[in-house]
Design a binder for this molecule. Structure first.
Ligand code: AMP
Ligand code: ZN
Length: 466
């Protein structure tokens, strides 16, 4: 399996740090608002990477944080006259709802910055003790950037060129313009914590270094996020972690390209800004997920109404084919496949191989989706009623597996339908108990019109599709 590593700017063979295990850290959102569709891209992409790793048999430890203390959260709390934690708790809950609707699996751990302050203080102290950080008069702690000789290795920036573009602001007391904040003193009305240096709060970058170490260890396999995080966030994380731990931090750095709208950068001021919730009013969020997977994750992706419609149609083709196959499976017996079916199955396995080859080539989900479409086309023409249960089940299992890796739900609609049928049957039973036979018959006939046949048996009412 090959992964494009931002650190080496090449595709590298994936060899995990610990055999059979994958540790992944994905930078999560700052929670002061509903997440937007740009935030959804890394969530969906790296969830798919995780699912593929699990399919390959790896035991995946997936950590994704919520930044729950930050200037924007504090500003919103002040504006609304509530506490910062009320804002962050509210939007974490909303974010989790969106994730579920996009079928993004919960992380193994979703750490919160505000619960990890002790670990941050400990790492900052280590950096001070090793000479990589210093405290100034007002209690601010800065990272001594030039001391970390490899600074710039991820973003390929030259430290002298960076220096030339930076000035020290008058209120800052730092030694060098490139030094960044690890800890800063509180301001009036802000949340704060005790520390050896002053009452205050952490800088942004330190939380990810600390959480990755606590939940995944000092050396991790994959560190990921959007490409805007390469500099300075990830560059600074490397400087902190490698200086504090004395070890390489992440082996593979993965970054998704940006999501634009109608070929322009998404921004509130341009009026082309959508939250995931906005999109959910018009589409099932499965469509948004499918849309994200239709492009390579490193390419910029343009969001438009036309592309969403195309994704909706594409997704429907897959779900319809899967449902038809499922119906064939449900009405098939347990008979074994014959030679002809064996040959068909071997042919269909070719599409699975194609899918795997695409995913193994730096998670080319666009080609992976094409392989699924080919399998769908093949299943539509080669699966019919009357074929052996063994063949139909194998074909359905194959399609279901690939959809599951992509996080595409194919059974949802059917399950919802089943639940509705069960509910109507119960309603009919109630009506019969109440001797309302007209209503009971009405329900039976309505179901029959939808192709559902009811049978009264000794064990109760059973139903099947006609
Ligand atoms: P933030 O809350 O801004 O730190 O963003 C959370 C995650 O979403 C980070 O991995 C960002 O890189 C990513 N992200 C933000 N905006 C976009 C966008 N327009 N396209 C793709 N990823 C984005
Ligand atoms: Zn981070």
């Amino acid at each position: 399996m090959k992964i494009y590593n931002t650190l080496s700017k090449t595709k590298e063979e994936f060899v995990p740090v610990r055999e059979g295990k994958v540790s992944m850290y994905v930078c999560g959102p700052t929670v002061y608002n509903l997440i937007h569709i740009g935030n959804a891209r890394p969530m969906i992409i790296f969830d798919t990477v995780r699912r593929y790793m699990e399919y390959k048999g790896y035991d995946v430890n997936y950590v994704s944080n919520f930044t729950d203390v930050d200037d924007k959260i504090i500003a919103k709390a002040i504006a609304e006259g509530v506490s910062a934690s009320e804002i962050s708790e509210k939007y974490i809950a909303e974010c989790k709802k969106d994730m579920e609707a996009m079928n993004v699996k919960p992380a193994t751990v979703h750490p919160l910055a505000t619960r990890e302050i002790d670990g941050m203080i400990e790492m900052i102290q280590t950096l001070i003790d090793k000479g990589y950080a210093y405290v100034v008069e007002d209690g601010t702690v800065y990272y001594r950037t030039r001391k970390f000789k490899e600074y710039g290795k991820l973003s390929k920036k030259n430290i002298d060129e960076l220096e030339a573009g930076k000035r020290i602001a008058i209120e800052e007391q730092k030694e060098d313009a490139l030094d960044f904040v690890l800890w800063k003193p509180k301001k009036e009305g802000e949340p704060y914590w005790e520390s050896p240096w002053c009452e205050g709060r952490p800088g942004w970058h330190i939380e990810c270094s600390v959480m990755a170490k606590k939940y995944l260890g000092e050396e991790i396999d994959i560190h990921a996020g959007g490409e805007d995080l390469i500099f300075p966030h990830h560059e600074n994380e490397i400087a902190q972690s490698e200086a504090a731990n004395g070890k390489p931090f992440a082996k593979y750095w993965m970054h998704n390209g940006f999501l634009n709208i109608d070929n322009r950068k998404m921004s509130k001021s341009l009026g082309n800004f959508f939250t995931v919730r906005d999109i959910s009013e018009k589409y099932d969020l499965q469509v948004l997920r499918f849309f994200m997977l239709s492009a390579h994750y490193r390419s910029p992706l343009n969001f438009s109404a036309d592309l969403m419609e195309a994704s909706k149609n594409g997704l429907e083709r897959i779900v319809t084919a899967a449902q038809r196959l499922k119906e064939l499976v449900d009405s098939a017996g347990n008979d074994p496949m014959d030679e002809k079916e064996q040959a068909l199955l071997t042919e269909s396995e070719g599409f699975v191989k194609k899918f795997e080859a695409a995913m193994e080539d730096d998670f080319n989900t666009a080609d992976g989706v094409s392989a699924i479409f080919e399998l769908v086309k093949f299943a539509n023409s080669s699966a019919q009623a009357g074929q052996s249960g063994e063949f139909l089940r194998a074909l359905y299992g194959m399609l279901a597996k690939l959809c599951d890796i992509m996080g595409i739900l194919i059974e949802k609609k059917e399950q919802a339908l089943d639940e509705e049928i069960e509910r109507l049957i119960e309603e009919r039973q109630e009506a019969r108990k109440a001797r309302d036979f007209a209503k009971a018959d009405q329900i039976r006939n309505d179901l029959l019109a939808r192709g559902i046949v009811l049978e009264d048996t000794r064990e109760g009412v059973k139903w099947k599709r006609a």
